[in-house]
Design a protein around this ligand. Structure first.
Ligand SMILES: Cc1ncc(COP(=O)(O)O)c(C=O)c1O
Length: 419
């Protein structure tokens, strides 16, 4: 990854731990961080654990990317950092955000969990920020691991020390259950016991999410905030879906991760092919005819014409836009296709003003969160046949409310002015 990104990279047991290290290093305690409200709630709790105030950004309805033009000027001036999400692999407008952060003298941090092979303005996502954090659980499929990439190589030792201070010691039982998990999961799937296994977890009280969002537990969260910055006090929120997030990796984890990562190019090609197939369907958000090949978030929604938003990217999930999203999820579930990575409602509606600054324009994020059906591109054909069979209706993103001012950064994204 150092070679691919041209940046120093440091292994972390998870992306969430890497984000915690980065937020602690680059942001002053009590600082305010612009982030996307359509995001994993775990990341929201990582920001709180780092002793920072989440500030929810306005998004574009077509792809859920951050809309810099809709962030009010006083909000920009109040920020200590910007954290991108690159939702499902669709890049946030990194060049614009980089330019704005430089103007304000604040760091840009990139969450690249979903976007390991994506590019923006011809550059890999994860090379714009002061630091960027990747997950090896997503495309790579290692279900463990991540890494922190950073612009200044002189920081390596300091960041490694910060990481090491947060690691929990390697545990044999955790390593064994990690090693056995793929076989157990394949067995459950082979015996068609997925639903029974889910019901058993529910009955045993071991299910950590009753719905899409985890239980907020506001009174406990208020107590935890008193202790921030602190990872331990937020453990019960941050460990959701990955209890080993701060565990020092054993040999088995490292070997499996290395093997899976060595196939990254092939994996990305398969994601690209599935993405292409899905973006050729009626449920794909359309890209503006003049938008460049990898401008991602630079496209205006609902304009028809060219290929879908996210074309050419090896998306982790392809956010198809469907009118009755929940009916589509139920139909897919009947065909044993589980839809994950749903982030509905957005974080400001989920957590409230006590814990976060709300987005100044929440509607596009709410619209996207309600209509996006994140489809695994490796299952493109199966999903298309289910959506066709139930007659799923495409949802058309609402047009932006105000005329969009063009920044000098957006004019030069593709190296030529867009008129
Ligand atoms: C947007 C986003 N960022 C970060 C993470 C955390 O990644 P990890 O599970 O490697 O900690 C996730 C997990 O799903 C995610 O969806």
């Amino acid at each position: 990854m150092r070679r691919r990104l041209g940046r120093e990279c440091l292994y972390t047991p998870s992306c969430r731990l890497g984000l915690y290290v980065a937020l602690r290093h680059w942001c002053p305690p009590g600082g305010r961080v612009l982030m996307s409200p359509v995001n994993d709630d775990v990341i929201f709790f990582v920001v709180l654990a780092a002793g920072l105030r989440p500030v929810q950004a306005p998004l574009r309805a077509a792809d859920g990317s951050i809309d810099p033009a809709a962030v009010p000027e006083p909000v920009w001036r109040s920020l200590s950092a910007v954290l991108t999400t690159n939702l499902y692999g669709n890049p946030d407008p990194a060049p614009q955000l980089r330019a704005r952060c430089d103007q304000l003298g604040i760091p840009l941090l990139e969450d690249v969990a979903h976007a390991i092979g994506s590019t923006a303005a011809g550059r890999p996502v994860g090379t714009f920020g002061d630091a960027s954090v990747f997950s090896l659980s997503k495309h790579t499929g290692a279900k463990t691991g991540g890494f922190l990439a950073f612009a200044d190589p002189a920081l390596r030792e300091e960041l490694a020390r910060a990481r090491d201070a947060l690691l929990a010691p390697e545990r044999l039982a955790a390593e064994l259950s990690y090693g056995l998990r793929p076989y157990a999961e394949a067995g459950v799937r082979g015996l068609r016991l997925v639903r029974a296994a889910r019901a058993a977890l529910r009955l045993l009280g071991l299910q950590e999410r009753a719905g899409i969002r985890m239980d907020l537990r506001p009174a406990e969260l208020r107590d935890a905030l008193e202790a921030a910055p602190s990872l331990g006090d937020f453990d019960s929120w941050i460990r959701v879906d990955m209890h080993d997030y701060r565990l020092r990796p054993g040999r088995l984890r490292r070997r499996r991760t290395e093997r899976l990562l060595s196939r990254l190019d092939d994996t990305l090609d398969r994601h690209r092919a599935g993405t292409r197939t899905l973006l050729a369907t009626p449920w794909a958000a359309r890209r503006a005819p003049d938008a460049g090949a990898d401008s991602g978030a630079g496209a205006d929604p609902g304009l028809g014409g060219g290929p879908g938003v996210g074309a050419e990217q090896p998306l982790f999930r392809v956010p198809l836009l469907v009118e009755d999203r929940d009916e589509a999820i139920a139909a897919l579930d009947r065909r044993r296709i589980t839809v994950g990575y749903l982030y509905d409602p957005p974080l400001d509606a989920y957590a409230g003003e006590q814990f976060t600054d709300p987005s100044p324009a929440p509607e596009p994020a709410q619209w996207f969160a309600r209509h996006a059906l994140p489809v695994d591109p490796l299952r493109a054909e199966q999903v298309i046949s289910v959506l066709t069979a139930i007659g799923a209706r495409p949802a058309v993103p609402p047009a932006p409310a105000t005329p969009r001012p063009r920044t000098s950064a957006s004019l030069s994204v593709q190296g030529k002015p867009r008129v």
